[in-house]
Design a protein around this ligand. Structure first.
Ligand code: MV4
Length: 445
């Protein structure tokens, strides 16, 4: 097992990783930007190293500075968390080259899933269902028009280096293709320095359901059931839950099998997530694989009783997993509490938290790095923390969530708490009657 892990991240996930390391008897090193000098991850780690200025590129994305911090603290492994360098194959390779274990998959696995056309080809070969579409890159507007006719409108143009909605355009008829192709290409080039595009059939009003997987260094792969992430806005998830209210035992069997096939196809090592689009007929299609721990991993932890960070560290240290799959025994919901104003188009609201009261009680978990007096810097994402509730049934988990949200007091900044309170009372949400389009028509009262 490792003796000292450097955490190349900040905020709640840095704290989350420090907590598990403490329980495992592993020493921790925090790295921080000058904007984060008063952060809890800095105070709670055994050691802390300042790695640069406030901007991501100056600190949490600054590979030479992070490697120097590893060197001076003698860390034997790096945990990248999510975001920043978590899916950066170059960083994973540099760690390997310096004899430092990157707690995650190999650079080759990151690359295979990072390029969406390659990922899709890999899935087709493995027998995992994918959205019907063209093979390979779209070479021209003419080729795009020809292909769209074959696929039948509506179609969607996506960036091969994409994910998260950037460089993506839905096209409903032929006279929109030229502009969509040009716009997507420009956006992809600007966002990823890779303007490669591909096309597939546009699945209307899908649900976003993802399967958590884990694989070890010996070829064992298991799944830990699903999370429903359909409640999102502009590709930002706001609520996640497990099990999905749309799930059936038969669908879980099929999606679980497909997820295991997907991870096994690249000999996946570490914890990861296979994202699927699910249509109203319960047809499902591979969308992408996330080769990292995700923000919403907590709902899975609560329903299957499994510390995913601990498992991820054990896998990286060369331990075997049992290989058995996990079924949800309870129901968990997570609300992302962001410093954003839900009455003003979710505009970011950084600043000082003047008053803080955190909820507690039966079935309540709060993963957060903030405290009264903490200043939320404007440089990073606006997440203040995650409120997770767990109960025997979905209805009880929602009721506990409503109660916990009512207890949560955060003053000084605007938060998404009022949004979540209204969502928990929404009839369609309570019935489990929602798709990824749900929030487009949701209005704050
Ligand atoms: C799609 C789709 C419909 N059909 N692909 C959004 C982000 C990126 N990961 C892929 N996305 C989508 N791909 C086909 N063929 C709809 C979306 C999509 C979406 C997916 C999951 C959750 C929310 C979404 C919101 C809008 C569009």
């Amino acid at each position: 097992m490792f003796t000292k892990i450097l955490i190349a991240n900040r905020g709640e996930i840095a704290l989350r990783i420090i907590r598990t390391c403490r329980e495992m008897g592993i020493k921790t090193v925090a790295v921080y930007s000058t904007a984060d000098k008063d952060s809890l991850h800095v105070k709670f780690a055994d050691e802390a190293v300042c790695i640069g200025g406030p901007k991501g590129v100056e600190s949490y994305l600054n590979i030479p500075h992070i490697m120097a911090a590893c060197e001076i603290t003698n860390a034997d492994a790096v945990h990248p968390g999510y975001g920043f360098l978590a899916e950066n194959a170059k960083f994973a390779q540099i760690c390997a080259d310096h004899g430092i274990k990157f707690i995650g998959p190999t650079p080759d696995m990151i690359n295979k899933m990072g390029d969406k056309i390659t990922a899709k080809e890999t899935m087709i070969k493995a027998g995992v269902p994918v959205v019907p579409g063209g093979e390979g890159l779209l070479e021209s507007v003419e080729a795009a028009k020809k292909l769209a006719k074959e696929i039948v409108y509506p179609v969607i143009i996506k960036a091969t280096a994409g994910g998260g909605g950037k460089g993506m355009r839905v096209v409903w008829k032929e006279d929109e293709i030229e502009k969509a192709f040009g716009d997507a290409k420009m956006e992809a080039a600007a966002s990823f320095k890779n303007d490669g595009l591909y096309m597939e059939k546009f699945v209307e009003e899908p649900r976003h359901i993802e399967i958590q997987v884990a694989g070890d260094q010996y070829g064992n792969v298991c799944h830990l059931s699903e999370r429903d992430c359909s409640i999102q806005r502009r590709h930002q998830k706001l609520v996640e839950e497990s099990p999905s209210p749309f799930m059936t035992p038969e669908l879980r069997q099929r999606m679980g099998d497909a997820a295991i096939k997907a991870a096994s196809a690249i000999n996946y090592e570490s914890v990861g997530t296979i994202e699927f689009l699910v249509d109203k007929h319960r047809n499902f299609y591979f969308m992408e694989m996330n080769t990292r721990i995700q923000v919403e991993h907590c709902v899975t932890e609560e329903v299957v009783s499994y510390d995913l960070i601990k498992e991820q560290i054990k896998i990286a240290a060369g331990e075997k997993i049992s290989g058995k799959n996990y079924e949800p025994k309870l129901h968990a919901i997570e609300c992302r509490i962001n410093a954003e104003d839900p009455y003003n188009d979710f505009r970011p609201s950084p600043g000082k938290i003047t008053v803080l009261h955190t909820p507690g009680g039966h079935g309540v978990r709060v993963d957060s790095h903030v405290y009264a007096g903490y200043v939320i810097p404007p440089y990073y994402d606006s997440m203040i923390g995650k409120l997770i509730t767990v109960a025997q049934t979905r209805e009880e988990a929602i009721n506990t969530m409503y109660r916990a949200l009512s207890e949560y007091v955060i003053e000084g900044v605007k938060t998404t708490i009022p949004f979540h309170l209204q969502l928990m009372q929404n009839e369609d949400f309570r019935k489990g009657n929602f798709t990824t389009k749900f929030l487009e028509s949701f209005k704050m009262k």
